[in-house]
Design a protein around this ligand. Structure first.
Ligand code: FPP
Length: 304
């Protein structure tokens, strides 16, 4: 079990706070130790969005349904797989931005249990892109103190890919910044069924009386055991669906949908989503004005 704190890059180079004051309402909104050098250009719309973010209230876990790759390609008369390839740039940008902002967990929905029904060529391309991503990005993950993790039915992937994913997880296991979950052969219902079966397997059918399972105990059997539930769920391409993603975990997530297609999604949209998220009142079923209880674990206790 690894405790993860907010990422503070070792470089020690801090962004000029005075240039970040555009749009800020209080100086407390800045986090002097975070390093945005090279991430946010001065005078850019991103800088204005950054200035509106309260770093004390960042979403601990951001989950993203990356959608619209096929449409992005179709609009350019390209094959669908070209959209997936273009989507890698968005993955890179969002992973690094989330780490530098100090988010604890980012989960990207890369391949669902239902996606196996896509044409063979498309599935093969997606798997190839995944391998390519891991090979090329491992150094960046290490530099940014990011721990890479897979959630889903990993055993349904090819043995070669399983081995490479395992190596990526092991190589980054000690990193204490962002936990980057990639959902592969993932389904929310499949995850719940897998959890139930794990519980059943651990409990003998007869013998001593069995204690009832409560919500906290059940969560410990999910792929995301030990992680805070998503505070913010982002979906690109304008579709208003959950698509079998993190069904248990998103019970109280704030949902943010953009018309932007995934290959065009960048840190600007991510920052906009966080700014909008921070304007929402999260009541967790209570009445307005009362102190809401965060769902999931307390900050700084992300474990895998
Ligand atoms: C949905 O778009 C997207 C996917 C099924 C795959 C997402 C994968 C990537 C961005 C690349 C691989 C990721 C990593 C982390 C290496 P769609 O094809 O359903 O688009 P459409 O709805 O426009 O057809």
């Amino acid at each position: 079990m690894t405790a993860r704190a907010s990422l503070l890059l070792p470089s020690g180079v801090c962004y000029d706070l005075h240039s970040l004051r555009v749009g800020a309402t209080t100086p407390a909104m800045f986090h002097p130790a975070r390093d945005f050098e090279g991430l946010i250009a001065k005078g850019s719309p991103e800088e204005q969005l950054l200035a509106q973010i309260d770093f004390e209230r960042l979403p601990r876990h951001i989950a993203i349904i990356m959608d619209g790759n096929g449409r992005w390609a179709g609009m350019r008369s390209l094959p669908r797989v070209a959209g997936h390839r273009a989507g890698i740039a968005a993955v890179r940008d969002v992973v690094e931005a989330s780490a530098r902002l100090g988010c604890q967990v980012l989960t990207l929905y890369a391949f669902s249990v239902e996606n196996w029904k896509r044409p063979r060529r498309e599935v093969d391309t997606l798997m190839g892109l995944l391998r390519e991503y891991l090979k090329k990005e491992l150094d960046t993950l290490q530099t940014n103190n990011i721990a890479f993790n897979v959630i889903g039915r990993m055993d349904e992937l090819s043995p070669t890919i399983q081995r490479e994913l395992q190596e990526g997880m092991e190589a980054t296991r000690g990193n204490t910044g962002l936990l980057f979950n990639i959902a592969l052969s993932y389904g929310g219902r499949a995850e719940i069924v897998d959890a139930v079966n794990r519980i059943l397997a651990e409990r003998p059918a007869s013998g001593s009386p069995r204690a009832p399972v409560d919500e906290a105990a059940f969560s410990r059997y999910l792929y995301t055991a030990g992680q805070p539930d998503p505070d913010l769920l982002i979906r690109t391409s304008g579709e208003l669906r959950i698509s079998n993603f993190l069904l248990w975990q998103i019970a109280y997530a704030e949902i943010w949908v953009t018309e932007t297609l995934w290959p065009d999604f960048r840190k600007r949209e991510l920052l906009q989503a966080i700014v909008d998220y921070q304007k929402r009142e999260r009541r967790y079923g209570r009445v307005a004005g009362s102190e809401p209880e965060p769902v999931g674990l307390s900050p700084g206790k992300v474990t895998v």
